[in-house]
Design a protein around this ligand. Structure first.
Ligand code: EPS
Length: 398
């Protein structure tokens, strides 16, 4: 089973991750991981922190001569901003005179974290709950992304809406079975808000500018799509092995995500069954579906169609024009505290969601086909794929 853990505070020395369970001989270079880290840092509406940081991974173990060796891969992303926080986040403790934070921001982890962990300074909540942690996740999950590419599985994303402005539906993922997600995601990467149409890109940027001017923030929705996923990942055998449940958990775990749909999700609830379910058809003697409203998953198992996830991110909780809260020190109503932050992070969130999707798919893939080396895994995969039809025909011919 593959696993990863992350550690690190937003303004601490750095972010650390340990990734274990991947087979040996998987080709991977730091530059490949850095490329994904860069994608996570981009997007119109980010705060000043992204100008300070230029996230790069330092690989400590697990990779030799650009290939995995089967041992745990450990990585560090150093925080440039640490220089400015050495005293405030000191490990040893000192007489450094700093201001304790007692005013929680509504919608953030500030208050709940302080109640739960019995903190006397909201700074402790802020540091670990910050979305900065997702840099380490992206580094870890990029190993999974690289692994999946070996088997022709590609994951990409695009932003659908920001602040209620929906981009034109240039792609209907539920009708098209042939989705070139690499090309689509590259197009999204060229847009500062990761949308696929220029007209709405401008409208969205205007809306972000006006939110920023008002000291406000915005959320949005995005799609993540994985193509090349073989039939048979995940299982209906138990609640915790269902692929859709697994993906929902992974996406919902990303900071500020408040909604996740698989396939056409909530829309499906308003329709007749005959309008919803994807007909099973034959194309060149291969089993396929006439549509993909199920989002590539039936009965908790991948069905060979593209896996489609849609998610909603709430607006960032730090407001420069703050709403009301309580000062825990004085126990009276005040305006929430301002803290340097992003105004919009939906484009970054879509990249993080791609990463988490890669992780879940790699986990389920290795659960089914896993070997100790990439070669052994490939043999297992090929053996299964080559026999799908002959087995079906043999079993049902009796
Ligand atoms: C982030 C780093 C943070 C924030 C943002 C995401 O840096 P700082 O707090 O120093 O500005 O920009 O985090 C939040 C939105 C949050 O609420 O914590 C990053 O690296 O993605």
């Amino acid at each position: 089973m593959i696993e990863f853990q992350t550690a690190g505070e937003s303004h601490g020395k750095g972010l650390v991750t340990i990734v274990s369970g991947f087979p040996s001989n998987l080709k991977i270079l730091p530059a490949y991981i850095n490329q994904q880290l860069k994608r996570r840092q981009s997007g119109y509406g980010r705060g000043l922190r992204m100008k300070i940081e230029s996230d790069q991974v330092e690989i400590i173990s697990g990779i030799r001569f650009a290939k995995t060796i089967g041992s745990p891969i450990s990585m560090i992303i150093w925080n440039n901003d640490w220089q400015n926080w050495k005293e405030i986040l000191s490990v040893e403790g000192s007489n450094y005179n700093y201001e304790k934070i007692s005013i929680p921001r509504p919608g953030h982890a500030d208050l709940v974290g302080s109640v739960k962990y019995n903190y006397d300074d909201i700074r402790n909540s802020i540091e670990r709950s910050s979305a900065r942690e997702t840099a380490a996740r992206v580094a870890a999950c990029t190993v999974a992304r690289r692994f999946l590419e070996e088997f022709g599985i590609y994951i990409g994303s695009y932003v659908e809406s920001i602040g209620g402005i929906y981009s034109k539906n240039t792609l209907d993922p539920f009708v098209t079975s042939k989705i070139n997600i690499k090309r689509i995601s590259n197009t999204a990467d060229e847009s500062p808000v990761r949308v696929l149409d220029k007209e709405h890109e401008e409208k969205i940027i205007r809306k972000i500018k006006s939110a920023k001017k008002k000291g406000d923030t915005l959320g949005g929705t995005f799609y993540v799509i994985a193509t090349g996923v073989p039939v048979g990942l995940g299982s209906f055998a138990s609640y915790n092995s269902r692929l859709d449940a697994d993906l929902s958990h992974a996406i919902m775990s990303i900071n500020a995500v408040k909604g996740v749909e698989i396939g056409d999700g909530f829309n499906l609830a308003n329709k007749f069954g005959s309008e919803v379910h994807d007909e099973i058809t034959l194309k060149n003697n291969q089993i396929t579906r006439s549509s993909n409203r199920a989002g590539g998953i039936e009965g908790g198992i991948s069905n060979g169609m593209p896996v489609i996830i849609r998610a909603a991110m709430k607006p960032i909780a730090t407001l420069m024009n703050p709403i009301s809260t309580i000062d825990l020190h004085k126990f009276k109503t005040v305006k929430a505290r301002r803290e340097r932050s992003d105004f919009v992070a939906v484009p970054a969130c879509s990249v993080i969601a791609e990463s988490m999707t890669a992780w879940v798919l790699a986990k389920r893939f290795l659960e089914k086909f896993g070997g100790d080396s990439i070669e052994e895994t490939r043999d297992n995969y090929n053996n299964y794929m080559n026999k799908i039809y002959s087995r079906l025909k043999k079993n049902f011919s009796k």
